[in-house]
Ligand binder design. Structure first.
Ligand code: MG
Length: 408
């Protein structure tokens, strides 16, 4: 049998999706397509192709060297942006499969969800946003979309990865920017698809649980510190009942696993109840639903908020984390100011992006800024360059620019 199908026949993945997916799932057949039209692939669905383009992108590989909460070089086993992404992806796929949603689409959205994060985690995003305050600000989701639309150069036919509308839309939905002037094609698109809603909530479940794990592993907090937190206590009770002698790292690992499982089980049950309760039978109904349909129960959402509060107070504001973030901010701000002061210090490729800039890629958010168009464009080009860096590269670049007698 030939690999390619006759034009009139349903492709093998369309047949599979029709048989397997729920009626409220996004079917490949109904995709709004790509910015540049492409022929169907003989044996991969559109969302499979998106997933594989994302994995092959430079921005994806650079997540190895980007901070999640802790600078990537602090030790060899806490989460980086990349391992966080892989954990989100596998949980999101589990949820998508159980709900009979489009697993390929969910996976593509999950793999791409943090691709636009600058170095040094949220501190990096805050400092770039402050640097661009007068030029439309910086948002990692919008940068992520610019990155996959224009900044990745991998294909002779077009700039960017040419992803499907639905994967691109997830960046915009996550940023609550469906009315963005920069991306008018998403105006009026409605609520996020269920596949994107999964990634959103699973992202927060994953970082809440694994940030506790990393903080325990690095000695920022102890198991005793967690005893008063209800979700932790509930999970620990289950483990102690089955393994009464467990202590130390073995107990920590088992409780983290139980905690994650309890969130995912609750998420599945609550979501199934909501889809049933609101009688959701189509993607159109999902689009019209004013509130998210993929959610935790109220009590588990409260539990997650309790853990988030603890993390805010005890981990994200731990002096070792604050030192790392202060350092990262200082480095990025200094690099930004130096490149803007003297654009000739930018590598050739980035300098030419400014000099030959396609002005339509960088519409200023404020129309009056069009009068000063070179300035916002240079600053955006510099921020895009900085956002693509790994932690290590930014630190090295800082040394090259500011420390004397180092090979430039
Ligand atoms: Mg994330």
């Amino acid at each position: 049998m030939p690999l390619s199908m006759p034009e009139s026949a349903l492709s093998p993945w369309d047949e599979y999706e029709q048989q397997w997916l729920a009626e409220y799932a996004m079917h490949s057949l109904h995709s709004r397509g790509r910015r540049h039209a492409e022929d169907p692939h003989p044996y991969r669905s559109p969302y499979q192709r998106d997933r594989e383009r994302i994995v092959h992108s430079t921005a994806f590989r650079r997540m190895t060297g980007k901070t999640q909460v802790l600078v990537a070089s602090i030790n060899d086993h806490h989460r980086t942006r990349l391992t966080h992404t892989l954990e989100v992806t596998q949980v999101a796929r589990t949820v998508a499969r159980r709900l009979r949603l489009n697993e390929d689409l969910t996976e593509a959205i999950a793999l791409a969800h943090d691709i636009g994060h600058p170095p040094f985690g949220h501190a990096g995003e805050q400092v770039l946003d402050a640097c661009l305050r007068d030029h439309g600000g910086f948002n990692h989701n919008l940068y992520g979309l610019r990155r996959v639309d224009h900044l990745e150069e991998r294909y002779p036919e077009h700039l960017g990865l040419n992803l499907t509308f639905e994967v691109r839309e997830a960046f915009i939905q996550h940023a609550h920017q469906t009315e963005s002037l920069e991306f008018p094609e998403f105006h009026g698109v409605g609520s996020p698809l269920l596949e994107a809603q999964i990634v959103d909530i699973v992202d927060s479940i994953a970082y809440t649980t694994h940030d506790l794990d990393d903080a325990l592993g690095l000695g920022f907090i102890t198991l005793a510190d967690l005893n008063d937190l209800k979700p932790w206590n509930d999970a620990q009770r289950v483990i102690i009942k089955n393994y009464p002698t467990l202590t130390g790292q073995a107990l920590r690992t088992a409780v983290i696993r139980e905690l994650l499982a309890s969130f995912v089980t609750d998420l599945l049950q609550t979501t199934l109840d909501q889809l049933d309760g609101f009688n959701i039978r189509s993607v159109e109904q999902v689009r019209r639903s004013p509130a998210p349909l993929v959610t935790l129960s109220e009590s588990m959402a409260r539990g997650k908020a309790e853990l988030r509060q603890f993390l805010q107070e005890r981990v994200y504001r731990h002096h070792r984390v604050l030192r790392m973030t202060a350092n990262g901010k200082r480095v990025l701000r200094a690099l930004f100011e130096e490149y803007v002061r003297c654009p000739e210090l930018l590598p050739e490729r980035h300098l030419s992006r400014w000099e030959n800039a396609d002005r339509s890629l960088y519409p200023p958010q404020k129309p009056e800024l069009r009068l000063r168009e070179r300035t916002p464009i240079l600053e955006r080009v510099v921020a895009d360059y900085l956002a693509g860096m790994t932690d290590r590269f930014a630190l090295e670049e800082y040394r090259r620019l500011f420390h004397p007698f180092i090979d430039a």
